[in-house]
Write a protein that binds this ligand. Structure first.
Ligand code: AMP
Length: 450
């Protein structure tokens, strides 16, 4: 797994539950895979909002004592991934402000494509920014709107922004959830006790015992208000363009996103890959953890044995002692190590979900060959990642994307594999039961929606 690129964030909102901040905490814990740089929660008891946020993992940022200070029946939370050099506490969420209507906290998953223009225009008019986050634009837009009600100010503000957003807002008395009209990033609605939960992934629902209701519709604004129940406003006609990479890599396999289970879709990708790109081999092994469901699908379809030929150390996190250049083998082995006994002399099919820069595959293949593998055939359960994402996945620039600069044959040579093949776009679409055009595939096709 790469450490230098990642999906920016997970969001959660809990409304009308006496343990709101604790449920938000556990939900963030379930969605920790979507961001490990910082975490935060704002809660509200109808009188005021309370916020705690810091750098680090959810379990490091919060303690039981701290959670007890996050009073109230409503809470919103966030886990953040930030790119290098940008991990200041000011860039942790929720973004919180006091303005003419009172207190407001916002959490955001996604990426605004016109953030710079909006920010420059706001600065021209005297706005002062405290962070480098897109999300701060929204606070300013809401504060400046001349509408009287917060609901109308939110609508006003989202009409000025473009791009990918799954947003949750908390005011003194209400919670709001809003998803962009394309539904790029996932956002689901559930019931928890007498209240509601909104979260990026339903693995959060399972942990807190919530019941899935439906997705928040693309373009929909949900308003949660005590004694008024749930209100829905269609701000935009939905034109779904869900991020296909959520199914390929990001979301947790036990989550239901865009209305379908992630594990099942990933396994389908493996089945399709076995049909399209068969290999005469002794053993199918996944690159853990991302490649596991597709490898199971590939093994079942091909009839070749599935084995865990590579072990992953789950405790690695960040190391303070960086291996030197001479020790670079150590770097990959700290995270992934081969079961030599198992793979020695064997012809392996190694399944991973994607190749981005190519460095991971290259290291793994070297490691397997050193451990005595007779052949290593790399099979990737998605098409070549040829274009960067501008809608919330922090991929490297095009010049660093190996598939943008090399043919499949050249990549195969570079990663030192005996053969290399990717899943075709058509097969990927079949794997996710696509009806036609409801997915954003820009990272594989360069066809950008905005
Ligand atoms: P590389 O080709 O070395 O850049 O990395 C590919 C590996 O990173 C694969 O094992 C993927 O599972 C994983 N991966 C793909 N996209 C991302 C991403 N955006 N963030 C973190 N890891 C990723």
């Amino acid at each position: 797994m790469r450490e230098d690129v990642n999906e920016k964030c997970a969001v959660v909102g809990i409304f009308n539950h006496e343990e709101a901040s604790k449920l938000a905490y556990f939900s963030l814990h379930a969605m920790q895979h979507r961001g490990q740089e910082a975490a935060g929660i704002s809660s509200g008891n109808g009188k005021r909002l309370y916020t705690i946020k810091d750098r680090g993992l959810v379990k490091k940022v919060f303690s039981e004592r701290k959670l007890e200070t996050l009073h109230g029946h409503m809470a919103i939370g966030h886990t953040r991934y930030s790119t290098a050099g940008d991990d200041s506490i000011l860039d942790a969420q929720p973004v919180h402000a006091n303005y003419d209507l009172g207190q407001l906290s916002i959490v955001h998953n996604g990426n605004l494509t016109n953030a710079k223009e909006v920010r420059d225009a706001l600065i021209d008019k005297g706005a002062i920014f405290q962070s480098s986050m897109d999300t701060e634009n929204l606070i300013h837009l809401i504060a400046k709107s001349d509408q009287r009600k917060l609901k109308d100010r939110i609508i006003d503000a989202v009409k000025k922004i473009e791009g990918a957003y799954s947003l949750i807002f908390l005011s003194r008395t209400k919670m709001f959830a809003m998803r962009d009209r394309f539904g790029f990033r996932p956002l689901s609605l559930g019931r928890v006790g007498e209240g509601y939960i909104v979260a990026s992934e339903t693995c959060a629902f399972d942990l807190v015992g919530a019941e899935y209701i439906r997705e928040v519709e693309p373009g929909e604004l949900l308003i949660f208000e005590k004694d008024k129940g749930l209100q829905s406003i269609k701000v935009y006609e939905p034109t779904p363009k869900h991020c296909i990479f959520e199914y390929v890599y990001f979301a947790r396999p036990d989550s239901e996103i865009f209305g379908q289970n992630v594990y099942a879709k990933r396994k389908n990708m493996g089945v399709e890959l076995a049909r399209e790109q068969p290999v005469d081999a002794d053993m199918i092994i996944p690159v853990p953890d991302g490649g596991v469901p597709a490898a199971i699908g590939y093994a079942q379809e091909s009839g070749i044995a599935y084995e865990m030929g590579i072990m992953r150390n789950h405790y690695i996190g960040r190391t303070f002692i960086e291996p030197t250049q001479e020790m670079r083998d150590l770097k990959v082995k700290m995270k992934l190590s081969p079961i030599t006994e198992l793979i020695k002399g064997k012809r392996l099919v190694v399944i991973d979900d994607s190749i981005v820069r190519g460095t991971t595959s290259r290291r793994i293949i070297r490691m397997l060959k050193e451990a005595g593998a007779a052949e290593v055939h790399m099979r990737i359960s998605s098409p070549p990642t040829s274009d960067p994402c501008f809608y919330g996945v922090d991929t490297p620039n095009k010049d660093k994307l190996i598939a943008a600069n090399m043919s499949v044959e050249e990549i195969c040579k570079y990663i030192e594999a005996d053969s290399l093949a990717f899943l075709s776009s058509d097969a990927l679409m079949r794997s996710v039961n696509s009806k036609g055009s409801e997915y954003c595939t820009a990272c594989f096709t360069g066809e950008y929606i905005i």
